[in-house]
Design a protein around this ligand. Structure first.
Ligand SMILES: [Zn+2]
Length: 318
């Protein structure tokens, strides 16, 4: 009798978890605010299907989508100079962290970090405020974690620093405007890994302070919570490579739905380096309202352009 009860209970648990899983997946959601996406290539919510999930994500199927493969030989030199900041790269500012879907987002607290002298694609004269930053990575045991690649080669992690045009009140409003967003992408290596021919003209760096902060932040946000949980001090030098002058730039999009085609991308020529441990801790984070860990599918969108040739304007300033 007891045994029977146990078996029934076991079946009930399986059935319930199965039903819960099936009901949480809605492949076609007319209400944009309810739509969900993921990075599972087998799922109807996976990256190739993002544009079909809900009407306001149709731009995910557009023709200026990001990320791209940067074919170095295809980049055209342009005399656009280097961007500048209103604060020194050593100056500390406070960041706060909370889990948001597939990425632990770092917000800038009580600091106005302004990017200027962005002279490409008609942005001369505009200034951009740093809203926050986040990371993209790959699956467990995969070295392919960055969204952008250089000549088809990836790094285990990529940092995105998200800036919005100060002529708009906030990042969400700016993201709908053609001159709204600038994102600085920094390919990120894992310490202890090979410092290889991937970045031949770059100085080896080690972002020890960033590694320490990331490990703590990811550990804190491991179990999803909407609450802001963690505060830390960082400086721009922790988030940028030693060479802060040289970059590639092109016109692209957000790499997550809604995939708005309003981003001027600046992808730094040189990488930064964080500890393997920090990257592993990131992969252990549980995805929003889900028991699955980030490292099962990662949170990198596959390359959208530049695999074969570069039929779009890719500039370099060096
Ligand atoms: Zn991103």
């Amino acid at each position: 009798m007891n045994k029977e009860f146990e078996v029934c209970f076991f079946l009930l648990v399986i059935l319930r978890s199965h039903c819960a899983e099936a009901s949480s997946i809605v492949c076609d959601e007319p209400d944009c605010s309810k739509a969900k996406y993921n990075y599972d290539r087998e799922s109807c919510l996976g990256p190739v299907n993002w544009s079909d999930i809900t009407p306001c994500w149709s731009q995910c199927g557009g023709n200026r989508q990001s990320p791209v493969n940067i074919r170095r030989a295809d980049a055209t030199f342009s005399n656009i100079g280097s961007f500048t900041f209103n604060i020194g790269v050593q100056q500390a500012f406070q960041v706060s962290t909370f889990s948001k879907g597939f990425a632990t987002t770092f917000k800038i607290e009580n600091a106005n970090i302004i990017l200027s002298n962005v002279n490409q694609f008609g942005l001369t004269g505009s200034s951009f405020k740093l809203d926050g930053f986040h990371f993209h990575t790959g699956r467990y045991n995969s070295m392919m974690g960055s969204e952008h690649s250089f000549d088809d080669e990836f790094t285990p992690l990529e940092l995105h620093l998200v800036f919005y045009n100060t002529k708009y009140p906030d990042v969400n409003t700016a993201s709908t405007q053609s001159d709204g967003l600038v994102v600085i992408g920094v390919l990120t290596q894992a310490s202890g890994g090979v410092w290889n021919s991937q970045f031949p003209d770059c100085q080896k760096t080690n972002q020890a302070e960033l590694s320490r902060v990331l490990k703590k932040a990811f550990k804190k946000t491991e179990d999803y919570s909407e609450d802001e949980l963690f505060f830390a001090d960082l400086a721009l030098k922790d988030l940028l490579p030693a060479d802060q002058e040289s970059f590639y730039t092109y016109e692209g999009s957000l790499t997550t739905p809604s995939c708005s085609e309003t981003v001027t991308w600046i992808v730094m020529k040189c990488p930064i380096t964080v500890s393997v441990n920090a990257i592993e801790t990131f992969k252990n984070i549980k995805i929003q309202n889900d028991e699955e860990e980030l490292g099962v599918h990662g949170n990198r969108r596959p390359v959208q352009r530049g695999q074969q040739n570069t039929p779009f304007t890719l500039l370099r300033n060096f």
